[in-house]
Design a protein around this ligand. Sequence first.
Ligand SMILES: Cc1cc2nc3c(=O)[nH]c(=O)nc-3n(C[C@H](O)[C@H](O)[C@H](O)COP(=O)(O)OP(=O)(O)OC[C@H]3O[C@@H](n4cnc5c(N)ncnc54)[C@H](O)[C@@H]3O)c2cc1C
Length: 370
Amino acid sequence: MAPNQHVDVAIVGGGVIGIAIAYFLAQRGLEPLVIEGTEVAHGASGKSAGLLSPGLPHDDDETGALPPLLARSVALHGALAELLDGPATYDYTPYTTCLVAMDEDEAADLHARAEHLKAEPIPLADIPERCPWLDQPVAGALAQPTAQIDSAKFTERLLESAKSMGASLRMGRAVGLVGGADYVDGVELSDGVVTAEATVLAMGPWSMRAAAWLDLPVPVRPLKGQIVHLDPSVEPPAGGFSDMHGHYVVTRPTGLVHVGATEEEEGFDAEPSAAARESILSTLARFTSRLGEMRVVNQTACLRPLSGDGLPLIGAAPGRQGAYVATGHGRKGIILSLATGEAMAELITEGQTSEVDLTPFDPARFGADQ
Ligand SMILES: Cc1cc2nc3c(=O)[nH]c(=O)nc-3n(C[C@H](O)[C@H](O)[C@H](O)COP(=O)(O)OP(=O)(O)OC[C@H]3O[C@@H](n4cnc5c(N)ncnc54)[C@H](O)[C@@H]3O)c2cc1C
């Protein structure tokens, strides 16, 4: 039996969200503890595409709540890449991606959203030169400046830096909370108890378990995604492209090409499948013939934590003093991790946030009868 312990803040979940929260808490002088049941970044945080796009054409936020969180996160990613030597330690690489439209309707839709996507329209005649991946006809394209990272290395690097400021990691599975009817003061693990001044649940797609612990609806479900890694054998075009339905190609700094991604409602199944691989490759063949010559060297599958209304849940758990929730970041958890971590650290230490308004992400919004 591992010893019971007392910490400033207990964070359940060693994915990018839990670790980003630990990083910003440690920066503020606290000594948070991350509790991870399997291994750090073993879920989507370790297998994502790691694209830091300021907006996704297939996942537009109609509420308008996300842009400030995205903008703050993009700024923090840029600053942190300098601070933590991102290019060397987690492959932080700025690049330009092409957002492409297959037909006239898509082109009209894409161009109408250019500003929102922080992307610039490319004249049709310039597409072959500016989007070298595309060798099949398309109806329109935007150039979106962005960056990519290796999200597994990023999560590890963030944890290493958090530890150097006083955070720590404990391997163990949380099985419940400790406290009373209207307060939480820690976490029950399968091998002990951690008491804490504040407790954060950042369990990714497994966060729905927290619903029973908190007596609060946490409508977060797993959305499976698969990515195929290709060895191009000859030097591939730089950059990449994305269609309007969540499919993309990106040349990695390693020289490999990553193509993705599926969106599958398969519960907690996270096994790669041949059907998914064929679907990704045949969809992308409509835009580029280059993939057909490449050799498949790896395929990964993982689970996005998708919330009931598509927005993350970030904030205090209603009715349970000392408990907080940070989950449901769906397709954008890597990019949104830093603004989430910063805001949660402010909320826990000061009771309010300064950079972003968390009201639209209030975990209480689903109500008790959801
Ligand atoms: C194919 C694919 C591509 C993606 N590409 C991108 C991208 O390009 N850009 C982007 O921004 N986002 C992307 N995402 C989304 C992103 O990966 C996720 O939103 C993000 O990783 C979620 O992080 P998390 O920390 O909430 O969850 P997770 O990474 O799932 O981490 C949760 C952790 O909690 C732990 N845990 C759960 N229950 C317990 C318990 N009871 N006790 C202890 N530990 C527990 C788990 O073991 C896990 O390690 C992609 C996702 C997929 C699937």
